[in-house]
Design a protein around this ligand. Structure first.
Ligand code: ATP
Length: 237
């Protein structure tokens, strides 16, 4: 399989905290990014999505050098913890805005919106406002919007942090289903090694602004030779 994501010596500095990332992700992989608070996980995601620009290095996505491209031109959809729905617009319009900034849709696009709503199990909720939904339902709307944008890379920055364990598992299942049915490559920043174990083929351990190790999830979580990782995992078994 080809690499969907390739970062070569991608450097970035925040207030005297230098980071440099090397990473390759095969297309169709769900890669979890774990590591201590402040390690650089969100920064890595932001560099890939184009919300931050590296001071050096190259970023290739789906085989194309995107280092100089703005986020809107990159093949990436991002989902954050705060789902960024427009509070005054109903579910259908929020999702439609993922396709067209004015929310005007062709018949085929309307069908895609309905299909996305069905996939996240929200058929019948089209006219609800975000305030009339639960936190989990709001995240599912944001996920449906990400789906209709139909970009091959999905970058998730702790999107389920505000949800309970059962809802988190449900969302992970949904994301895994989407990855399989749509062939997406998924990056998932998570504070829960359990989430990585549950859903991620592979996991990268980020520490002190670097990708310290990347491997199959079961193998990575079992490594005892990386002091940073054992400290991070603590008693996790
Ligand atoms: N907007 C910013 N301005 C200045 N420094 C920042 C900014 N955002 C992050 N940093 C710093 O960059 C480093 C990496 O932060 P980042 O948010 O990428 O870490 P993280 O691994 O995602 O952390 P967490 O798990 O706590 O979300 C930290 O030292 C942080 O303090």
């Amino acid at each position: 399989m080809a690499d969907a994501i390739a970062l070569k010596a991608v450097s970035f500095v925040y207030d005297g905290f230098p980071m440099s990332f090397d990473l390759r992700v095969e297309a169709g992989t769900l890669l979890a990014l774990i590591g201590p608070s402040g390690a650089g996980k969100s920064t890595l995601l932001n560099l890939i999505a184009g919300f931050e620009r590296p001071s050096a290095g190259k970023i290739h996505l789906m085989g194309e050098d995107v280092t100089a491209l703005p986020s809107a031109k990159r093949p990436v959809t991002t989902l954050f913890q705060d789902n960024n729905l427009f509070t005054h617009l109903d579910v259908q319009t929020n999702i439609a805005l993922g396709v067209d900034p004015r929310g005007r849709l062709t018949a085929a696009e309307k069908t895609a919106v309905s299909a996305a709503l069905e996939q996240v199990d929200l058929t019948g909720f089209e006219r609800r406002l975000p305030s009339e939904l639960s936190g989990g339902q709001r995240q599912r709307v944001a996920l449906a919007r990400a789906l209709v944008m139909d970009r091959p890379i999905l970058a998730l920055d702790e999107p389920f942090a505000a949800l309970g364990p059962a809802q988190r598992r449900e969302m992970l299942g949904l994301i895994d289903e989407m990855r399989r049915t749509r062939g997406l490559t998924v990056l998932l920043v998570s504070h829960h090694p359990d989430e990585a174990r549950l859903a991620a083929d592979r996991t990268a351990f980020i520490d002190k602004g670097r990708v310290v190790a990347e491997d199959r999830t079961d193998l990575l979580l079992a490594r005892i030779d990386l002091p940073g990782l054992t400290d991070y995992l603590g008693d996790y078994d």
